[in-house]
Ligand binder design. Structure first.
Ligand SMILES: Nc1ncnc2c1ncn2[C@@H]1O[C@H](COP(=O)(O)OP(=O)(O)OP(=O)(O)O)[C@@H](O)[C@H]1O
Length: 941
């Protein structure tokens, strides 16, 4: 059975043959080969005969009647006989039969052409045969020997078909077994005309099936396989068998055949199975090949890409090189520019430092200008939050270079307000820092300047802390203690050049009454009761910091401190520590006298804030009154009003010299950082800003100088006129002033002092001052002098020698200018502080009758002072006020008030009691007529 599609290409015959051989039957005994050969030959002869008959002997000349197998194959090989025979049976079965050898001549390769033509003929024949349903053979069977049997089969089948056709061709022709209903089996069998077929068909049956049908099947199989040898094989095997053996044999053969088939089919299956793999492999190979090709292509592509990339890389390298070079260049440029920039920055830094230096210088110059102008310096200090006030937001927004910015967001609308002062101290500023900033100012006291530092601010803002807290630890010591310590230190350093004496006063103004805080007898005298402008305050020399501590403790004990709702430690009074310094130049004998007020004002807050009534309310009202009087004075000074209302309060009287004279004045304004205090803070700072605009005129040193000579000449010229006037009025005055010194009179006159106040600008200019003195020298009037005596002038301390005592106590009250002859040698003070002294001298003749009154007061004072052990009287009660400048300045004593000048020597116990080693202590010094109004000045020029 030829497998369709080539999958089962083995023949049934070969299988049966193999089976029969394996079966080991007696096939071997048979002369199978010869029989087969004989049979094959007879069949071949039959086929050849039939073909010769069909095509004619001539046409079949190459085919003998009884050909050998080879002859048969070669005779038919051209296919011409076969095709012609077929065309005889079925005309046009093979449309074109190539017969002419000349056709081949047309083709150069004749052999190849004929082979091709033969193959064409055979192929056409086979196609036609197949269409006719006749068993076929392979074209190759004619090409190789040994395969002619199959060709014989086909020819015989064709013969059979021809015969069938000749008999009428009824029914369907079937080679070797097709039985038409109308055709007997015999006729069919006749077609298969083998001699043994008939016998078999008659006798054999297998498993109930007739052997004949089996044979038919075999024949059919043979037909299908294209081999006619199978039936012969079967016949050969069964020929000599007994009929009883046949079933067994057939069964065995069949089972073997089936088995063989199965095996072969199975192996074919395997092959089929393998085939896809092989195909796959071949496909895989193809794929491999393809992929190899692809790879090759890809490789090529990659090569191209690679080349491209190489070029790109090269290009990039070039770019990189260029970029590197560019970078190098840029780097170099950058370095160059960097260096330039560095140099530029350096020069800028230099300029900046220069700028800072210039700024600093400007500040100094500004301060100097301020000094020259006599502007009140204003420092601001912000108190830190106190312990227990944590998490408070400060109202101070910024502090920088003398500017302070207050955040007014909470109560005064959103925003800030800035204020400018000479200096602003941050909350963290230490006491030492604060002091170091004002140290030069304080030191200038030793150089003969008057200095006033007053602390302003609401209650609890730190005024006392700055000026002089009780706590005298190194860290907390205030300005007062440090100032005195510094003065002592400086005095010590200058001891080879100057001999300094330092003495202090402490007073307080409480409810508009001035109180001496340095009383030792527990009684606090109120000088205002006497109608005096200057308090009758003890002045205690000090020579060490221990002395100072003792005095401060004493003063503190005597100070009136009241409790308020705001601050139960709040001081409800103004306190003032006055430090008097007198220095004598050891070489020249000239003296310098400086005076420093350290004023701790009472709280500046409004009364209603204090929530007080009764006594406390009264205190607060007094404080407010005095502070508003201070405000008025400041405002007048700022506006350069001719009238400055100093006398509206004791405080303004106290500060008159500092505010209106030639003192160096510093206001230390204090503010609290709490938001609650914002209102007070703003009003405090506004007030301070106003104060800063006040120009007092340049401070003048209280020093004896060449001016004195000039002044003495002027004095001399005045002397005659004065004496004349004195004589003329002497009698009248004696009558009117026969009573002791009338203080009320002075008080009345002093009340009008402001009427004579000269504008600040004029006061501030030394040159103007001098020329003014000269110009107005003729307008001298004693009444005016008295009337214009300052309320709190620098005091003079006449230290009287024996001559002076005599002069002072002499019956002749006539002022003897001759006594001033030695002034040149001693003191030539021309400052404010010295002027009253001299004025007092001038007044001496005028107030001859006053001496009694003075004497009584002096006696009283000395008797007070002499209660202190160690005090001894050195001044005769009748001496009165210092008659001469020499006395005041030349002997190194302290200035003393002309009306109550007393001099007490501190010795022994007293000195130790007060902690002082000073030789001379003016106990209470009241100032003679003022220095500032120009009229008095003119009077003694
Ligand atoms: N700069 C500061 N550093 C530390 N503590 C301070 C500072 N300033 C003030 N204080 C403290 O704040 C409190 C109030 O200060 P101080 O008594 O000096 O205020 P004051 O303005 O003098 O008040 P009063 O008007 O009642 O006299 C004190 O306890 C003080 O020690």
């Amino acid at each position: 059975m030829a497998g369709e599609g080539g999958t089962l290409s083995f023949s049934v015959a070969s299988v049966v043959e193999d089976v029969l051989q394996q079966h080991g039957n007696r096939l071997g005994d048979l002369d199978l080969e010869s029989r087969k050969a004989g049979e094959a030959a007879s069949r071949r002869y039959e086929a050849a005969g039939w073909l010769r008959k069909m095509v004619g002997v001539v046409a079949a000349k190459d085919l003998p009647a009884e050909p050998s197998e080879e002859e048969f194959r070669l005779g038919l090989r051209s296919g011409i006989i076969l095709c012609n025979a077929l065309n005889k049976i079925q005309p046009g079965g093979v449309p074109k039969v190539v017969e002419s050898p000349c056709d081949a001549a047309l083709i150069p390769d004749g052999a190849a052409l004929s082979a091709f033509q033969y193959f064409e003929n055979v192929r056409n024949f086979l196609v036609a045969v197949q269409e006719m349903g006749i068993p076929n053979f392979e074209a190759s069977d004619l090409e190789q020997g040994g395969k002619s049997a199959r060709v014989v089969n086909t020819v015989l089948a064709l013969k059979s078909y021809s015969e069938w056709k000749q008999t009428g061709g009824n029914g369907i022709w079937k080679f070797g077994g097709n039985v038409k209903p109308t055709v007997s089996a015999k006729s069919f069998v006749r077609k298969n005309s083998e001699p043994f077929t008939n016998s078999l068909s008659r006798n054999l049956s297998i498993n109930g099936k007739s052997f004949n049908s089996l044979s038919s099947d075999l024949e059919y199989s043979n037909k299908m396989s294209g081999s006619g040898s199978l039936s012969m094989l079967v016949r050969a095997v069964l020929l000599d068998k007994n009929p009883e053996e046949v079933p067994m044999l057939v069964e065995s053969v069949l089972s073997k055949v089936v088995e063989e088939f199965e095996n072969r089919i199975a192996s074919r299956h395997d092959m089929v199975k393998e085939a896809p793999k092989e195909i796959a492999i071949s496909q895989g190979n193809k794929f491999l090949l393809k992929s190899t090709c692809d790879n090759k292509r890809t490789e090529d592509k990659n090569l191209v890409i690679f080349d491209q990339q190489q070029r790109d890389i090269q290009e990039l390298k070039n770019t990189l090189r260029t970029t590197k070079a560019g970078m190098q260049f840029l780097k170099m440029k950058f370095h160059e520019e960097f260096n330039n920039l560095g140099m530029h920055i350096h020069s800028l830094a230099h300029a900046a430092s220069g700028y800072h230096k210039v700024l600093e210088e400007n500040r100094k110059l500004y301060n100097q200008v301020q000094d020259l102008k006599g502007s009140i310096r204003v420092y601001c200090r912000v108190r830190p939050f106190l312990s227990g006030q944590s998490n408070n937001l400060s109202t101070v927004d910024n502090i920088e270079d003398g500017n302070i910015t207050i955040s007014t967001a909470s109560r005064h609308g959103k925003g800030c307000k800035s204020f400018s002062f000479n200096k602003v101290f941050e909350p963290c500023a230490t006491q030492a820092e604060v002091f170091s900033d004002m140290q030069p100012l304080i030191r200038s006291v030793l150089d003969g300047y008057n200095v006033c530092i007053f602390a302003y601010g609401q209650t609890g803002s730190g005024k006392t802390y700055t000026m002089g807290p009780k706590d005298l630890s190194e860290k907390n010591k205030g300005v007062n203690y440090r100032a005195l310590g510094d003065l002592f230190l400086l005095a010590e350093q200058r001891k080879d050049i100057f001999c300094y004496n330092v003495a202090v006063q402490m007073i307080e103004i409480y409810n508009e009454q001035v109180r001496d805080l340095l009383v030792t007898d527990g009684k606090i005298r109120n000088s205002s009761q006497t109608g005096l402008n200057v308090p009758d305050a003890n002045i205690i020399p000090v020579s060490s910091t221990d002395d100072v501590i003792d005095l401060m403790n004493l003063g503190q004990r005597n100070r009136v401190v009241g409790a308020t709702a705001l601050n139960d430690r709040s001081s409800r009074s103004h306190s003032c520590l006055t430090v008097h310094v007198q220095g004598r130049d050891l070489a020249s004998g000239a003296t310098l006298r400086g005076c420093m007020h350290l004023v701790d004002l009472a709280g500046s807050e409004r009364v209603n804030k204090s929530e007080v009534t009764g006594d406390r309310l009264k205190e607060a009202q007094h404080i407010n009154k005095s502070l508003s009087a201070l405000g008025d004075v400041i405002a007048s000074l700022a506006q350069k009003n001719p009238h400055v209302p100093y006398r509206n309060s004791k405080l303004t009287q106290l500060l008159q010299d500092s505010l209106g004279g030639q003192a160096k004045t510093l206001m230390f304004v204090h503010i609290s950082p709490e938001p609650d205090a914002l209102g007070e803070t703003i009003s405090t700072l506004k007030f301070a800003e106003r104060v800063a605009t006040v120009e007092l005129g340049a401070a003048q040193v209280n020093k004896g100088s060449a001016d004195v000579k000039e002044l003495k000449e002027q004095i001399a010229s005045q002397k005659t006129a004065l004496a004349r006037k004195e004589r003329e009025t002497e009698h009248r005055r004696k009558e009117s002033e026969s009573s002791p010194f009338n203080s009320n009179h002075r008080l009345r006159d002093a009340g009008d002092i402001n009427l004579f106040r000269q504008p600040m600008g004029d006061v501030g200019n030394i040159e103007v001052h001098k020329s003014t003195l000269r110009q107005k020298s003729q307008s001298f009037d004693l009444d005016e002098i008295l009337a214009n005596s300052p309320p709190w002038p620098p005091v003079t301390s006449p230290i009287l020698n024996e001559d002076e005592k005599e002069m002072a106590s002499g019956s002749n009250n006539q002022f003897n200018l001759a006594n001033n002859d030695d002034m040149d040698d001693t003191d030539a003070a021309t400052s404010d502080s010295s002027e009253p002294d001299f004025l007092w001298q001038l007044n001496q003749s005028k107030f001859t009758s006053m001496t009694n009154g003075i004497e009584s007061k002096t006696r009283k004072a000395i008797s007070k002072a002499s209660k202190i052990p160690g005090f001894s009287k050195s001044l005769h009660p009748s001496q009165g006020p210092s008659p001469s400048r020499k006395l005041a300045n030349g002997a190194g004593g302290f200035p003393c008030n002309g009306t109550e000048g007393r001099q007490v020597h501190l010795t022994g116990n007293a000195r130790s009691q007060l902690g002082s080693n000073a030789a001379i202590i003016p106990v209470a010094c009241c100032q003679p007529p003022a220095s500032s109004p120009d009229v008095p000045r003119l009077a003694w020029i």
